[in-house]
Structure formats: structure tokens, C-alpha cells
Design a protein around this ligand. Structure first.
Ligand code: CA
Length: 645
């Protein structure tokens, strides 16, 4: 009897929760649908792909100092229209993007006054939303203290997440800098180290598919956020922590009204294809200024990863310029301490020498003003406009190609403004920008035409620092390919061909991955500027076929396709540059990966160059047969590359 009564009650509640005001709209192909509701005055949304719910009823809204826009709200309607955009962007995973989506502007009133819109965009693989907050009478600015923006994942979903660090911890109190390890296929309901998770955040909804949650369009107008677990499967947007940036700046966002917040993005797919191939971080943003010149992207070398601080001297950098020239590379990155160990005059000499060889220089800078203890110099050149612009004028005068600015102070709005100011000033002087010890880029490839890449990952430096990272190298690479690198260019600095991380290549932490793995990750990891962890000795001590491949591998891609894989286990992708497809795979599992790779990207009869850890197969040329398949084995910590000739 009790059971029957409960059943009736549940039915009634289910019926009652379908408010008359619920609105829905779908992607151009009709498969991805969003419902928006205001039952009990609380705005919510949910997302389904076909019949499958991927985001269950989840809260929307913001708390501001001009009103609490999370409750007491009435949905007055959703204005729905198709949107289209075509754009070219050489520096991301896809050079030509044809974006199509359904836009729905859902307006909310409070006490009879329009206070907020939630603007949705639904493409065939992504749902995104952001808020528009309206002025209140003569009040033309407000403080956004928090967002209710939530993501209720279905029961049984597992998580692929890395914790957000507490502030002012880690090396020289430089955290958070998005350099933590991932837990894979973990249960929901945890909250990292107590401070939630760094974007992007990947979830597996059992056998039904995958969800990638992130954000884009963050600049000096707002804070960057993280994902906090509320309870069980409910996650919500979290603002920065008070201690970030040595306590300087608020955790809230200070905005002028009307204001449009950054986009919250949800990529959904039955396989990982949509996650790998999504362009949502770029689709939703626009360029903030024009490129001051045509920038030179491409490959380079970098002594620090093998030789560390001691290698940042004149002779060694000259040797690396020669090495880059021998490889046909476009640049050399000179890391920390060049100001004291080389000096400005000698840097100018190196820049002039590089120019004669077609090699441009990138110079490292410490970002710090007052937000960390990192002792590396040059310091105090990037945090204030006058010093920064004077420094950049000097760089321009000697022909410096770019900068790598390290050790940022977190995700508060003042830091977002600093990232934007560095990029904007650098463009005035024709300088490309790489960020390290930094936050995740959020649409910056399109917003800032001189933005190259960010670290925001446990990058190659950790391979030098310890054997544990070397032992886990392949595992971590399969994670980054499916998570971090799907939303933005990733400056990993890898593809090492040394056996050991030391200048004499005989001691230090030992690389356990194969040479073909190094080649495969040069393609798997996407960044329009790649400073590989190669060393001049590799010209003679690495296999000629590996060096030849590393000479010719592209850094700018026209297209990417997911073929197969699983975070932490293995990854097989294809990237296209012009009419060449590079199919690459790596394997982190304890057993060799035996699989048939689909070759339908190629015409029958196409000749394929194969790089394999199987000595018999390596260097062979295969012809695509009618079946369009190739049986391959990728050993543990090994790789595979297949390229059409
Ligand atoms: Ca770092």
C-alpha cells in the first residue's frame, strides 16, 4: 500500500514539475535538445542527445549586488533563431570552421522587471550558455559574486578530472597553475582537494556517451572559473579563491551593465569524437583586435628541457640556433635567467645571428609583480604597462619573435586583465605570446591573433624532474589528448628523442617511451608553436627517420578526427595538413594494443608511409586496399604514425 501511495506521489510530482513555461529548442540536426524552465521561480535547464539525458535539471542564475537572480524569476519566453558563422583560424585544430547553431535568448523577469537573459547556443555537438545582466535604473555597474550555473550529471556517471590547487602553494607559491594529475573513471560526489576541478572537465555517462564541460570567452571583463561539486552528481561554476594572487583582487567579477558573461560550454557525444573535434571554444568568441603583422608560427628547439638553467648561456643558445637551422625550424626559445647569464647585448647578438639562419628567438619572462616567490629573472617586466611596453619596444628593435611568460597568479579578474594586457601590448610590437605556469586559455586563439599557446598542463618539465612522470608519460599523454588539448593549444614541449633527460644523454630520468611515440605525440599534441624537447646530439644519436620526420611534421592543422581511444589507455587520432593525413596512435596500457585502423580517409591505391615500433613494419610503404583497413600493434609506451605520401 505504502509503495503504491509513493508511486502515485512520484507520478504527481513528475507531472507537477512540468511547468507550463518550459521551453525547448534543438540543434540544427534536431538531435541535441535543451529545455529551460522556471518552476518555483528557479531557472533550470536540461540537455538530452536523442532520447538520452546528459545534463539533468540543473540550476541557472547569478548572485549579484544588484539582486539575487537565482530565485523569484519568471521565464517570459525564449527567442529562437538559427545562427551561422564561417571563420578561418590557422592556429587551432581546424583551419576552416563552418559553425551552425540554434540560438535561444531566454528572458527572465523579477518582480515584473526584465533582469537577465540566458543566451543558449545549441550546435550539433555542443550546448553553451551565458548571461546578459541588465542595468537597474541608474545603476550601470554591478558585482557578480557567484553563479548558480550547474551541471547535474546522471547517476552512474564517472569523472576524468584534475583538482584545482589551493592558492599560493606549490613551487615558489605559484599555484594554481593547472598542473595537477588526473583521476580517471572516478565516482562523482568528490571535490578534488576541496577546491573543485580545473577546466576542462570530462565525464562518462556510462555506455551512453561523454560530456566535456568548460568555459570560453573569458577576458579582463570577468573571472575565470572552476567546477565545484555540490553533492552527488551536481557540479557548479566556482569563482576564484580569495588567496589567489597573494590576496590581491576580489573573487567576484566587477562588470559594466549591460554585461555578457563568459560562455559555459557542454560538449556531448555518444563517442569521444565530438570532444576531440569540437571547436566550441572558438565558435563563440570574436577577435578583439587585428593582427599587427603576419605572425610566423611553427617549430623550434629549446635547451632548457634537457640542459636546464645552466644551458641558458650564449654558446649553448648559439648551438641551439644552429640546431634549429639544421632542422629547418623557425625558432629557439631561450628560457629563464638569460638576462643575467647572457645579458641584453649578447641577446641582441644572438637575435641577429638567428636572423641570418632564419631562426627567431622567444624570450622567457617571470610574470610576477607581487604574487609569487619565483626567483627566476627577468622579473618585473611584464606586470606593469610602462615597463612591459619599454621591454617590448627593445624586443622589437632587436627582432625578437615571441615571449614565454611564466608563473601567473591565478584566475581572478585582475589576472585575466593582465593576460589580456600582455597580449594586447605584444601585438603592438609584433610579438607572439606563450603562457606558462598559467590558466587554461579560453577561446584566446581567436580572440587574440598573437596568442600562441599555454602550458596549463603537467608538461614536459616533469619528465626531467622525475622518473615517476617518465613512467606515466604515455598515460598522461592519452589524457591530455582527450581533455586539456581539446579546448586550446597546449604548450607541452615534448617529443624527446634523448634516452635520458641530461645534456650527456647518459643519466637523469630515463625516457620509457619509444621513438615512434615521440613522433606520434608531435602530431597528437596540438599547438601552432612547438618547441620540441630535441637536442643537437639527436642529429647523430637518434634514428635518421625520426629526425627526418621531426623536420617535416606540421604544427598548423586543417582538420582533426577521432579514431579510437580512451583517456589513460590509448589514443588514435588523425590530423590533416593540406592533403596529407597523419594517423597517429600511442598506447599506455600494460598490454600491446592490437587493432584494425580504418583507412577510409584515403582513396584505394594510396601509398602510406608507416612508422612503427615493429622493426619489420617501420619504414615500410603500404598501399590502401579495397577493405581500407590496416592491422597494427602498438606496444606499451609505443606509438604509430601513418602518413599518405
Ligand atoms: Ca610549468
Amino acid at each position: 500500500m505504502r509503495k503504491v501511495f509513493l508511486g502515485i506521489l512520484m507520478l504527481l510530482c513528475g507531472w507537477a514539475s512540468v511547468s507550463a513555461a518550459e521551453k525547448s529548442f534543438s540543434s540544427p540536426d534536431g538531435k541535441l535538445t535543451v529545455w529551460v524552465d522556471d518552476a518555483n521561480g528557479t531557472p533550470t535547464y536540461r540537455v538530452a542527445l536523442g532520447e538520452t539525458s546528459f545534463i539533468e535539471s540543473s540550476p541557472l542564475g547569478l548572485k549579484t549586488n544588484i539582486g539575487d537572480f537565482t530565485q523569484g524569476l519568471t521565464l517570459t519566453g525564449c527567442e529562437v533563431k538559427p545562427v551561422k558563422d564561417q571563420y578561418q583560424l590557422a592556429t587551432i585544430k581546424q583551419s576552416q570552421v563552418s559553425y551552425e547553431a540554434t540560438e535561444a535568448v531566454c528572458s527572465f523577469e523579477q518582480q515584473g522587471k526584465k533582469v537577465m537573459d540566458v543566451v543558449f547556443r545549441v550546435s550539433n555537438r555542443d550546448v553553451a550558455y551565458r548571461y546578459t545582466i541588465y542595468p537597474k535604473g541608474g545603476t550601470l555597474v554591478c558585482v557578480v559574486d557567484s553563479e548558480a550555473s550547474g551541471f547535474q550529471l546522471p547517476a552512474g556517471t564517472t569523472t576524468f578530472l584534475c583538482p584545482q590547487s589551493r592558492p599560493m602553494g606549490g613551487f615558489a607559491r605559484t599555484a594554481p597553475s593547472y598542473e595537477t594529475g588526473y583521476s580517471l573513471d572516478d565516482q562523482m560526489g568528490k571535490n578534488g582537494w576541496g577546491e573543485g576541478y580545473s577546466f576542462p572537465c570530462l565525464f562518462r555517462v556510462g555506455e551512453k556517451g561523454w560530456v566535456l564541460i568548460s568555459e570560453t570567452g573569458v577576458d579582463g571583463n570577468y573571472v575565470a572559473s572552476r567546477l565545484l561539486n555540490v553533492k552527488d552528481g551536481l557540479y557548479r561554476i566556482g569563482f576564484p579563491q580569495q588567496g589567489e594572487c597573494n590576496g590581491w583582487g576580489s573573487t567576484s567579477a566587477s562588470v559594466a551593465l549591460p554585461c555578457q558573461t563568459p560562455w559555459r560550454t557542454i560538449t556531448v557525444g555518444t563517442t569521444l569524437a565530438n570532444v576531440v573535434e569540437t571547436t566550441v571554444p572558438f565558435d563563440l568568441v570574436s577577435q578583439k583586435y587585428k593582427a599587427s603583422q603576419e605572425y610566423v608560427w611553427g617549430k623550434g628547439s629549446w635547451s632548457w628541457i634537457i640542459g636546464m638553467d645552466a644551458s641558458c648561456n650564449f654558446d649553448e643558445q648559439k648551438r641551439y640556433i644552429d640546431f634549429s637551422a639544421a632542422m629547418g625550424y623557425q625558432s629557439v626559445l631561450i628560457d629563464a635567467l638569460w638576462d643575467v647569464q647572457i645579458g641584453r647585448e649578447k641577446i641582441a647578438e644572438l637575435a641577429a645571428y638567428g636572423k641570418t639562419k632564419g631562426v627567431g628567438l622567444y624570450l622567457w619572462y617571470n610574470s610576477n609583480g607581487s604574487w609569487n616567490d619565483a626567483p627566476q629573472s627577468p622579473k618585473g617586466k611584464m606586470d606593469k604597462s610602462r615597463e612591459r611596453r619599454a621591454e617590448m619596444a627593445w624586443m622589437k628593435s632587436i627582432g625578437i619573435r615571441g615571449i614565454k611568460v611564466d608563473f601567473f597568479g591565478g584566475d581572478k579578474q585582475n589576472m585575466m586583465q593582465l593576460y589580456e594586457d600582455i597580449l594586447t601590448d605584444a601585438n603592438d610590437f609584433g610579438i607572439l605570446v606563450i603562457f606558462h605556469g598559467c590558466t587554461l586559455p579560453r577561446g584566446w586563439e581567436r580572440m587574440y591573433p598573437n596568442y600562441a599557446a599555454s602550458e596549463a598542463v603537467l608538461a614536459s618539465e616533469n619528465l626531467h624532474f622525475g622518473q615517476g612522470a617518465c613512467d606515466a608519460e604515455a598515460r598522461n599523454a592519452t589524457i591530455h589528448a582527450f581533455i586539456r588539448n581539446t579546448v586550446g593549444s597546449m604548450d607541452f614541449g615534448g617529443s624527446t628523442l634523448n634516452k635520458y633527460y641530461s645534456a650527456n644523454n647518459q643519466r637523469g630520468s630515463r625516457r620509457v617511451t619509444s621513438d615512434v611515440y615521440a613522433l606520434a605525440t608531435a602530431v597528437l599534441f596540438q599547438s601552432p608553436v612547438q618547441h620540441f624537447a630535441l637536442a643537437p646530439n639527436n642529429l647523430t644519436d637518434a634514428p635518421a627517420w625520426a629526425i627526418d620526420f621531426m623536420k617535416s611534421v606540421p604544427t598548423n592543422w586543417d582538420e582533426v578526427k577521432y579514431i579510437d581511444g580512451y583517456p589513460g589507455k590509448y589514443a588514435i587520432f588523425a590530423r590533416r595538413a593540406g592533403n596529407q593525413w597523419f594517423i597517429v596512435g600511442i598506447n599506455a596500457e600494460e598490454q600491446p594494443l592490437k587493432t584494425n585502423i580504418d583507412l577510409s580517409l584515403f582513396e584505394k591505391g594510396t601509398e602510406l608511409q608507416v612508422y612503427s615500433d615493429d622493426a619489420q613494419l617501420n619504414g615500410s610503404v603500404k598501399t590502401v586496399k579495397a577493405k581500407k583497413q590496416i592491422a597494427v600493434t602498438i606496444p606499451t609506451n609505443g606509438g604509430l604514425v601513418i602518413v599518405n605520401k
